[in-house]
Design a protein around this ligand. Structure first.
Ligand code: PMP
Length: 343
């Protein structure tokens, strides 16, 4: 038995019970491990779906160039599909993203243009503006626009949602997922709520993002917007893929809590996951009063730890940001101290 190409291996990811990091939660907490997709992230699902829908509608033509502003995971999904289907890829991203992510995209032959993070979306240097300009100027190009392209959430309605329903044998009571474009949470939520409208959908947001306040007040508050470190979730605008009517509650998690929990998941569960996975589990712990015995909570684990080796998995990176727990000397600290006293 074999697959005809790597794209056929997308989806049907495992679900794994968490046993240590969520031990104080009375419910069963299950991780939907999306790192086993070929691009090591959940984004492979929607990247393929956006491409297939654009092929069908004629927006993407043979030999065309795919241009997208992406923080890496969507780019990886698009780049892999482009290799198999014969398209070129140009990606724009921001300088706050991990260098490892850019190198991985380039490994698949994609061109990556790195743009400054701390500029307005309308600024000609922003990654939104640069990708729009390239789309206008590069012949036979197509911009998927993962934020507003509803093929994104549709991918999760058609694949991730049904998988979660089947893997929990319909016992799921709560879905927890980080919200960036909103495709993951909205697509899964739409499928699950059609099966059982009592399922609660909990979105994970970051400090520095507008989602939570918008859900609670209906107000788009610009004061909520400021730079943050967490990658993959939170936004400073409202993407069409976020369906607020399907999300019951948003929980905000700090950069520090997300970073430290990401490490804890590797050390306590043996699951090597990315930054937004730490946000999701830290969020579950913050929300623990919402869960009771017998509940089945499914948490989406979107991407893989290798992309963050130079970040939260690196003690110096944590120390530079004041994130390392106080009073905990590592062997590295002891050696560094010795060297400095000897000098
Ligand atoms: N986590 C990571 C690491 C991501 O790259 C993304 C995508 N931005 C998300 C979570 C959020 O997923 P979505 O865009 O479907 O809301």
């Amino acid at each position: 038995m074999w697959y005809n190409n790597i794209l056929e291996t997308i989806g049907n990811t495992p679900m794994v019970k968490l046993n240590k990091v969520t031990k104080d939660i009375p419910a069963t907490v299950l991780a939907k491990i999306e790192t086993s997709n070929p691009g090591n992230s959940i984004k492979d699902r929607m990247a393929l779906k956006m491409i297939e829908d654009a092929e069908k509608s004629g927006k993407l033509k043979p030999g065309g160039t795919i241009i997208e502003g992406t923080s890496g995971n969507t780019g990886m999904g698009l780049a892999i599909a482009a290799v198999i289907k014969g398209y070129k890829c140009i990606f724009t991203s921001t300088d706050k993203q991990s260098k490892e992510k850019f190198d991985a995209l380039r490994a698949f032959g994609a061109e990556v243009i790195v743009c400054p993070t701390n500029v307005e979306p309308e600024d000609p240097r922003s990654y939104y503006s640069v990708s729009s300009r390239l789309e206008r100027e590069v012949p036979n190009s197509w911009k998927p626009n993962q934020y507003d392209n509803l093929s994104n959430s549709q991918a999760h309605y058609e694949s991730t949602g049904p998988e979660i329903w089947e893997q929990t044998e319909g016992k799921i009571t709560h879905l927890v997922a980080g919200v960036g474009t909103g495709g993951t949470i909205s697509g899964i939520a739409r499928y699950l709520k059609e099966q059982n409208p009592n399922i609660k959908v909990l979105g994970i947001d970051t400090y520095g993002s507008v989602f939570k306040k918008y859900k609670e007040t209906g107000e788009f508050d610009k004061n909520e917007i400021y730079p943050y470190i967490t990658e993959g979730i939170g936004e400073d605008f409202l993407p069409a893929n976020v369906d607020f009517s399907l999300i019951d509650h948003f929980e905000k998690v700090t950069d520090k809590d997300a970073a430290l929990m990401t490490r804890e998941i590797a050390r306590k569960e043996g699951i090597f996951a990315g930054n937004s996975t730490g946000s999701a589990i830290a969020g579950v712990i913050q929300m623990k009063d919402m869960f009771k015995e017998g509940d089945v909570v499914v948490v989406v684990f979107p991407d893989h730890g290798t992309r963050y080796l130079g970040k939260m998995y690196n003690d110096d990176w944590l120390r530079d940001r004041g994130f390392l727990k106080d009073g905990k000397l590592t062997a590295h600290d002891i050696i560094a101290k010795k060297e400095s006293t000897e000098i």
